[in-house]
Design a protein around this ligand. Sequence first.
Ligand code: AMP
Length: 274
Amino acid sequence: MKIIRTVADLRAAIRDCPSIGVVPTMGAFHEGHLDLMRQARRENEIVIASLFVNPTQFGPSEDFTKYPRDEESDAAMAESVGVDILFCPSVEEMYPLRIVTVSVAEITDEFEGAVRPGHFTGVATVVAKLFNICQPHRAYFGLKDLQQCAVIRAMVSDLCFPLELKFIEIVREESGLARSSRNEYLSPEHRQHAAHIQYTLVNLKQEIERGLDANFAINQAIITLTDLGFKVDYLTLVDANTMRAVSTPTNTTRLIVCARLGGVRLLDNIACVL
Ligand code: AMP
């Protein structure tokens, strides 16, 4: 596996390659990241994983400086699943001017977009840059970040990026907690307790799919999580393409939740369909 740090070197390394898969990441790899890389490995001749803690998607009071970074261990994990190129640019390399952005409207109005102003503009801009740099045929994203998937889908469609998007189901810890680099911020007790988010979602999904009124069931679930010590930022049934709340399931709906425990924001979601 090659570690490449500049756009010019990356372009030289992939010249004339007929099939390229890209996995954009911020590092601190876990099984969720590795699953995306494994699928990219199966479907492409060249697999590029990018490792870039993107400053423009962090708010001023967020964890940019303390975000976990361990390039050596990440490189070993990426190599073990067959990644060909780990692209690790510096902030200066990625943002020579930092005056052009890509912003996606409507889909970003609520949920993470409302709580984290500017976050999705940072995400869409860096992903658009990675697409232009890597020229991938396929790009891999995790459904763990459902609103991010909707943003990238809209960007690719509206800006006519010539590539195929692949969205991968959430990889979980043994307990059921959705894997996330930020789980490292939880105390061991909170990390176990956080699995209640998943139990609550599974239970809620079953109730709604059996025909219980979604708004009623969701309100009950919010009470349950609050009683368990979580601060629920949102728990809603949404259309996964528009990221608008809906009151009855269709074939594109998912339940999304953001609940805080010990000051850590935990995101999860699950399909909940007709
Ligand atoms: P990040 O490094 O957090 O920006 O994540 C890089 C990619 O991995 C994104 O597409 C995430 O949605 C995806 N990802 C993160 N956690 C998981 C998970 N538990 N299961 C599946 N994909 C994930």
